[in-house]
Write a new protein. Structure first.
Length: 416
């Protein structure tokens, strides 16, 4: 990168740092950010009060995450046409409403699922499609790093939410626990409105899409490309494995003799490594061939599965959590980066939204599938064996994406 390109990249950050901060909080406490990380604290308390099995409680994620993913293409279309600021901010309010509904559960599993469906439906606009569209459209020279910083919001949620939820549930009960969760998207909303998310007319804001000169694939062209389906298959495999392990990690570790508090501290290691890996991946993507970087990172949870199939100590269980976190830290960043790099920014919202359905489908299937496998087999060993195979496939298949397309998709003219 020559001096003029370096200056251009630095100018991007000087204009857009507030957008990154707003988007990081939105990603972390939006409709997808902490649904998976929080439910582990509620599995056994809800089971004791209502007699629900772990599989039944984990089934809520299929509504809270899976349903939201199927709305992602619609959200993406709206963002491409109208911009994402209001859509994202109102979505945060919808997430809070859904968790307040969950706190009012009275033993009806259908109502409990409806509350998580409300998180997905009312909060759909607060998903990663909104935040990554704004950031990817603003940054070019340091796009990988900018997306990494934005998506590190999920790492922030993974570090903070499990011990936060466990503490509130153990001391105040699960109903107050859900009320405490409802506060988090409102905190993100307040920060975004008053401090970080500038109006589109400000220097750090994102201009409406029609005001930019964007290039790239049409939606039809993208779906006709083998790369689209390869990315979708890899994402689906990885997210079934990642989200199968993460919400089941606290129950799996308590089955092995760890206390809920210690198990939550182990799961927090996932969030720390997620942030570190995400930032590292962002730095590497700006300098090296992305699929090569992805293959190394996404296969690391194979080792984690081998550890969790045994009788891990605190240190080895923490290592397993860290390895899964490193992979999760890479996956969303890679999806956003590869969507922009291989397909361009012209229809980013719609293409990313369709690909994100793989994330949502995997996130919806993983927790309930792993909980069910443990229920019928008597342990989580079979679940970790399935996860090992999924990580191996998802990580290595990404190598077949091939070279980046020629040209500079999705950007306004900039210094050469």
């Amino acid at each position: 990168m020559n001096s003029s390109q370096t200056e251009w990249a630095e100018a991007e950050f000087s204009r857009g740092w507030r957008l990154i901060l707003a988007s990081a909080f939105g990603v972390g406490f939006g409709s997808i950010g902490f649904v998976t990380y929080s439910i582990g604290a509620f599995v056994d308390p809800l089971g004791r009060e209502f007699g629900w099995t772990r599989t039944e409680v984990q089934g809520a994620i299929a509504f809270g995450v899976g349903l939201g993913g199927f709305l992602a293409p619609i959200v993406g279309y709206m963002i491409d046409r109208h911009g994402g600021r209001k859509i994202a901010l109102w979505g945060l309010v919808g997430v809070a409403v859904g968790y307040l509904m969950a706190s009012a559960s009275q033993g009806s599993l259908g109502y409990f699922y409806l509350a998580y469906a409300a998180v997905a439906l009312l909060g759909a606009g607060s998903g990663p499609v909104s935040w990554t569209r704004a950031v990817a459209g603003h940054f070019h020279g340091r796009r990988g790093l900018a997306l990494a910083l934005t998506l590190s919001g999920t790492g922030m949620a993974a570090i903070f939410v499990p011990p936060y939820a466990v503490f509130v549930v153990e001391n105040c009960g699960w109903r107050v626990g859900y009320m405490a969760l409802a506060l988090l998207p409102m905190v993100a909303l307040a920060l975004a409105v008053f401090f970080f998310f500038p109006d589109r007319s400000s220097p750090g804001g994102a201009a409406p899409v029609h005001a930019r000169t964007l290039t790239g694939f049409t939606l039809r062209e993208a779906v006709s490309s083998y790369r689209f389906w390869l990315l979708l298959a890899s994402i689906l495999a990885m997210y079934i494995g990642i989200t199968g392990i993460v919400p089941n990690l606290i129950p799996a570790l308590t089955d092995k003799g760890f206390t809920p508090t210690v198990a939550a501290s182990i799961q927090s290691g996932y969030g720390i490594s997620l942030i570190i890996a995400r930032l590292g991946i962002g730095w590497l993507l700006d300098r090296f061939w992305g699929p090569g970087v992805a293959a190394v990172t996404l296969t690391s949870p194979v080792v984690a599965c081998l550890i969790l199939m045994g009788e891990p100590s605190y240190a080895t269980a923490l290592l397993a959590s860290v390895l899964v976190g490193a992979s999760a830290g890479a996956e969303l960043d890679l999806l956003a980066y590869f969507t922009a790099r291989y397909f361009g920014m012209r229809n980013y919202g719609r293409i990313y939204g369709l690909l994100y359905m793989g994330v949502a489908l995997g996130a919806g299937l993983g927790p309930i599938s792993f909980a069910y496998l443990s229920q019928i087999s008597g342990s989580y060993t079979a679940s970790f064996q399935v996860a090992l195979a999924l990580f191996a496939f998802g990580g290595m298949s990404i190598l077949f994406l091939g070279r980046y397309p020629r040209g500079d998709f999705g950007h306004e003219a900039r210094p050469a």
